[in-house]
Ligand binder design. Sequence first.
Ligand code: FES
Ligand SMILES: [Fe+2]
Length: 355
Amino acid sequence: MPTRISRDRSLPLDLFADQAVFDLELRQIWQQDWVFAGPLDAVAERGDYFPATIGSQPVIVVRDSDLVVRALANVCSHRGMPLVDAPGNAARFPCPYHAWTYTNDGQLLSVPYTTPDEVDNEAHRLESFRCEVWHALVFVSLNPDVEPIAERLKVLEPYVRPMAIDRLHHDLEGTGAEVWHANWKAVYANAVDSYSNFRVHAETIEPYSPTDAGYYLAGSAHGSVMGGESFERADHLVVALPPSFVAVIYPDAMLWQAFTPIGVDRTAVRIGLASERPTDGTSVHLPGWDAAFVDEDRAIVERLQSNARVRSRPGTLTSLERPLADFHDYLRWRLTDTAPAAPFIAAAPGERPEL
Ligand code: FES
Ligand SMILES: [Fe+2]
C-alpha cells in the first residue's frame, strides 16, 4: 500500500484510514525514528522530569541526579504500571502500585516486603532509550542503532543555527495539547503546508504572511526548511522534522507543533511557544499573532479526514507544496525501504531562491 506514495502527487486518501498501514507506521517510523519529546527547558534542573509518548511507548524524560538527560520507560518493571503521569521533580520514582522504587537514572532501589535475594534489582532496571538534544529540543528514539540526530539533520543545520533557538525560553505552562480527529500524516502535511494560508487562514495568517511570500530553502526525506515573510520582511523559517515536529522560527521567538499518533484517525497535537523573555503564557510576541489559526488548522484536517474512506485519485502537488514531496520521500524511505533522494538545496542560508 505505501508503495503508492509518490513525490509529485497527494497521498492516497485511504492511507489516512488504513489500520494495517497505521500499524506499519508505528513499527517502522514511530518505534524506529527520532521523535520529539519536549523542550530541554522542561528538564532544566536536576531531578526535573516529564512524561512523553514515543509512538505508543510511554517514557519519562528526566535530568538525573548526575545532570544527564535520559529517556526511561514509564513502565514499572514489576507489573507494568505507569510511574508518573505529570511533570515534576524527584530523585526517585516510587511506583503507585506496590512501591517498587527507582532512582532517576532508572536503577531499581528498593522492593517492599521481600527478602534481599528475592528480586534481582539489576535485571529490573527501567528500560532506557536513546535521548539526544538538538538546539535545546529533546528527541527520543526507541531504536538503539538510530543515527545521531545531529548527523540526521546536518543539511538543515546551517539554516537553523543562526536563529540561535537554544537561547529561547519555552513557555511550559502555555503548552497545550489537543486530540484532533485526523490521521497523523494529514496533520503533519497540513503543518508544513503554507499553500493553504490564503484560504484557511485568510484573516489570521495571510494578512501579514502571504501565501506567495513563502519559499523553499532546502530539504530531503530527513527534513525541510522553508523561508517566509511577515509584514514584507523575510524574517522566519519553517522547519519540518518528520514525523513529529514542525516549528516556525522568528528572530526572537519560536512556535512549534508536535504530533503523537493515538489511532489511525486520532492524533495528539501539542502547541508550544518559546521567546526571548520567559513568559507566563499570556503574552505572545509573534507578528500578527492570532491563536485562532490553530482552530482553523484543526477544522480543515478533520474535514479532510472525513473523506478518508472515499474513492479518490491523488492530485498533483504544486510547486508551493515542495515540503510535502520531502514528506512523501520520508514515508517511502521508512515504509518501503526506498533510499531517500539526495538533499535539494534551493538557496544558501540567508539567501532566497531565484524565481
Ligand atoms: S507494578 Fe510497580 S510496584 Fe508493582
Ligand atoms: Fe495551516
